[in-house]
Design a binder for this molecule. Structure first.
Ligand code: GTR
Length: 378
């Protein structure tokens, strides 16, 4: 008995306690708080803190990303020229995962002229929205538009295909699997002479925005992270919402497979979450992050998204990079339209080239929204 007690006392506290042992935190949790209860004091500690925050986010919310797998290969299956000498579109089949067994379609639209070009990487190809108008808008600005079909990485259902078939024991949710798809698509892009590897942005819409945010937070090779209308499980806010917004409870009930099974433990325990989505945003810092929102998309919690933006901004400011985090609200509904791409391209022009684009990325839609945290940067 005594021996057993000594063992318990001598052992380190579990790295990740079970949900019922986590403290209740009503405000947006302090991103500077360390596991030992003290706070980060200097910027030098941030890389370790970021790592620890990401571990907690993956453990409790999304589950791990799959292993890296074999080197990603790409085979061009078709090429077409765009009108007016704008450039060309290549259809590529990516092989990723163990022995390259996971096959994923990538569309690669490359401007004419001398590269290397910056890249907008999107995971929503399976939604078939990125028609020639989008290609023209992106290429016209001198960027490559690359888009892969994340549903071939892991299906948008409970079915265990893609990486789930390739690694039968893999237990991460779809958002982690899809984020991994972004990383692997980037591996391939970085092998192309046309690609400016220091200037790649990850974007996506809604559930595609949730995984784009996770992808950018977990892979420092992305220079810009740009979730669009991503809401609950993305740039939204689990703790602060109104009755029109999707909640943690609602999303896990409807889409349990987007997350790790453990996340269901927070359905009636939101305040025990040791982080909120400002924490995930902070893990992008000091690299650039832009959240694009629609005022009519109440399901995606625009006000709560402003709150995660402002809370994450405290970390950016403290790291000396306040200009690297942006938010943009447009009127209208839930969609990823041309104007959202224009906003992203303007933001990228500022971040990549310091261009004057005649607009700002810090206008708030809810200037009177309450500040829902008490902590301050160290
Ligand atoms: C909704 C879901 C949202 C969002 C959206 C989408 O049904 O509740 O979280 O992901 O789908 O992906 O369009």
């Amino acid at each position: 008995m005594l021996f057993a007690l000594m063992m318990v006392c001598a052992g380190a506290p579990p790295a990740f306690p079970s949900v019922d042992r986590l403290p209740v935190v009503a405000e947006l949790p302090d991103p500077f708080l360390k596991a030992d209860g003290t706070r980060v004091r200097s910027r030098r500690e941030w890389p370790a803190q970021r790592k620890r925050l990401l571990e907690a986010i993956l453990h409790y919310q999304y589950g791990p990303l799959p292993p890296k797998g074999s080197k990603v290969a790409g085979a061009v299956t078709a090429v077409r020229d765009l009108p007016d000498g704008l450039g060309e579109v290549r259809d590529v089949e990516l092989s990723m995962g163990p022995r390259g067994v996971v096959k994923v379609r990538l569309m690669l639209a490359i401007p004419a002229g001398k590269g290397p070009f910056p890249v907008i990487l999107d995971g929503d190809l399976g939604w078939d929205r990125l028609n020639d108008a989008f290609i023209k808008a992106v290429l016209g600005r001198g960027y490559i538009l690359a888009a892969f079909n994340r549903e071939q990485v892991g299906p948008d259902s409970a079915e265990r295909k893609g990486v789930y078939e390739a690694w039968p024991d893999y237990d991460g949710g779809r958002l982690s699997a899809w984020a991994w798809g972004f990383h692997r698509a980037l591996d391939f892009l970085l092998t192309l002479p046309e690609v400016d590897g220091k200037r790649v942005a990850a974007t996506g819409h809604s559930r595609g925005g949730k995984c784009a945010l996770l992808a950018g937070a977990t892979d420092q090779r992305f220079a810009v992270t740009a979730p669009n209308n991503s809401g609950c499980g993305g740039a939204g806010n689990y703790r602060f919402f109104d009755d029109k917004c999707e909640t943690l409870e609602a999303i896990v009930r409807r889409f349990p497979y987007w997350f790790h099974a453990r996340f269901a433990g927070f359905m009636d325990n939101v305040q025990r979450l040791p982080f909120d989505q400002h924490t995930l945003k902070a893990c992008v810092a000091p690299r650039a992050l832009i959240t694009t929102e629609a005022l009519g998309d109440l399901w995606a919690n625009p006000q709560g998204t402003q709150q995660t933006h402002l809370a994450a901004r405290e970390v950016y400011e403290w790291l000396g990079a306040p200009g690297r985090i942006g938010i943009h609200f447009r009127p209208g509904k839930h969609e990823h339209g041309l104007q959202d791409f224009e906003t992203l391209l303007d933001f990228c022009d500022v971040q990549f080239y310091g261009k004057a684009v005649g607009r700002r990325f810090d206008a708030l839609a809810f200037p009177n929204a309450p500040r829902v945290w008490d902590w301050k940067a160290p």
